[in-house]
Design a protein around this ligand. Structure first.
Ligand SMILES: C[S@@+](CC[C@H](N)C(=O)[O-])C[C@H]1O[C@@H](n2cnc3c(N)ncnc32)[C@H](O)[C@@H]1O
Length: 197
């Protein structure tokens, strides 16, 4: 039996070993924000599992009022410092996306490499949390890591079929596409844009 391991993310920040962190925003998000097809009105955006905040800053530069949330205490001062360096005012909060009581409901949630970071036995909690953090009719934009196998630790595997089964009861799929990716993730990512029913 495969045992899915919980990861202590804080240790990676303390050791300065954020191998997932490319030092810049996700290419898929950059393209989405610059696309003329993206006619979403601006509002408040949440980036759960924001890490050092590259995606949060990209959204803020695009005009969104952004909150970043992460469970690892050391990620928060790093995200704040990088944002201050760029003259950006972003609300970074420490907390568990799955259990924290939302302080506000958001127009948009953007996530990259959080769903795949969370133990698969908590995916229903993830969906309930996403519903809780969104305004009615709010939008959920995710870059999902589509891999069929994992070794019992993050990134955990998923498929488009699983996403449909889990999200479609509560969300309408607006659009799905293969995004531009960091080189080491090319062909492994799928971008999903959903609207809360
Ligand atoms: C693989 S990293 C990705 C970080 C960032 N999204 C990026 O792409 O650079 C996963 C992040 O999710 C955070 N995380 C894991 N579980 C979380 C939870 N339940 N609530 C909030 N953040 C969480 C970790 O601390 C870590 O920063």
């Amino acid at each position: 039996m495969q045992i899915n391991k919980e990861r202590n993310w804080e240790l990676y920040y303390q050791a300065n070993e954020m191998l997932w962190d490319h030092g810049e925003a996700s290419p898929g998000l950059v393209d989405f924000l610059s696309s003329s097809c993206n006619k979403m009105p601006l509002g408040r955006a949440l980036v759960p599992g924001c890490g050092r905040g590259h995606d949060a800053r990209e959204l803020a530069i695009a005009g969104w009022d952004v909150t970043g949330l992460d469970i690892a205490p050391s990620s928060i001062p790093m995200a704040k410092q990088l944002s201050t360096n760029k003259g950006l005012n972003i609300d970074f909060q420490l907390g568990d996306y799955l259990t924290k009581k939302p302080t506000f409901q958001f127009d948009l949630i953007f996530e990259h490499t959080l769903f795949c970071a969370i133990n698969p036995n908590r995916r229903e909690d993830y969906i309930q949390a996403t519903k809780k953090w969104l305004k009615p009719n709010g939008k959920y934009l995710a870059i999902n890591y589509i891999i069929t196998d994992d070794d019992g630790e993050p990134p955990f595997s998923t498929s488009a079929e699983e996403l449909d089964i889990k999200f479609q009861p509560s969300f309408n799929l607006i659009k799905r596409w293969i995004p531009r990716s960091f080189e080491n993730r090319t062909g492994k990512e799928l971008m999903n844009f959903w609207s809360l029913k």
